[in-house]
Design a protein around this ligand. Structure first.
Ligand code: HEC
Length: 151
């Protein structure tokens, strides 16, 4: 006689595990499309500033997202694509020419300040993409650009 209830049997665990595995594999085929529109014109920014944004922001705020293999796995992939679509709709460095001169100034100001306040890049993204972290040295470059001193 087995004293344990049926639900906790090894067989039940194995089959539930197998079912989850099958569902996960099947879910890999549910892939929302991520468009990569042609590069129109990249925002004209000083080279050192551009390098920082390119490294830390372009995955979500331009039309060139470089997804690592970890980003490609569902369900993480769903989250990544959502962030990219949302990020692009708020700010897209590749669609700079669509903005008026005032809007450009405003977007650049927002971009710098979101970074200085550590609101961007998103913490969950940096957790998965350590090199995207903005270093203190890079923050100094952005501070200089914004004319701000001290944080
Ligand atoms: C993982 C994707 C991702 C990365 C990387 C990322 N962002 Fe964002 N960003 C978003 C999303 C999503 C939003 C909109 C929702 C929100 O505020 O969280 C956003 C919003 C913004 C906004 C607000 C724009 C507005 O109109 O309100 C600014 C400014 C911004 N990001 C700047 C940056 C900068 C600068 C970097 C790099 C230092 C960066 N982001 C990196 C995803 C990202």
């Amino acid at each position: 006689m087995n004293p344990r209830p049926e639900l906790f049997s090894l067989e039940a665990f194995t089959s539930i595990g197998l079912m989850i595995l099958i569902l996960l594999v099947a879910a890999q085929f549910l892939r929302p499309e991520l468009k990569v529109p042609p590069v129109s014109r990249d925002a004209p920014l000083p080279a050192d500033v551009k390098a920082i944004f390119k490294k830390s922001c372009y995955d979500c705020h331009s039309n060139e997202a470089e997804l690592c293999w970890g980003d490609q796995i569902v369900p993480g992939y769903w989250l990544v694509v959502r962030h990219i679509k949302q990020g692009r709709s708020h700010l897209n460095f590749f669609e700079w020419e669509k903005l008026t001169p005032t809007e450009r100034k405003q977007k650049l100001w927002e971009a710098i300040n979101h970074t200085l306040l550590c609101a961007m890049p998103r913490a969950d993204y940096v957790f998965m993409h350590a090199p995207a972290n903005v270093s203190d040295k890079e923050l100094t470059v952005l501070k200089k650009l914004s004319g701000r001193h001290g944080r």
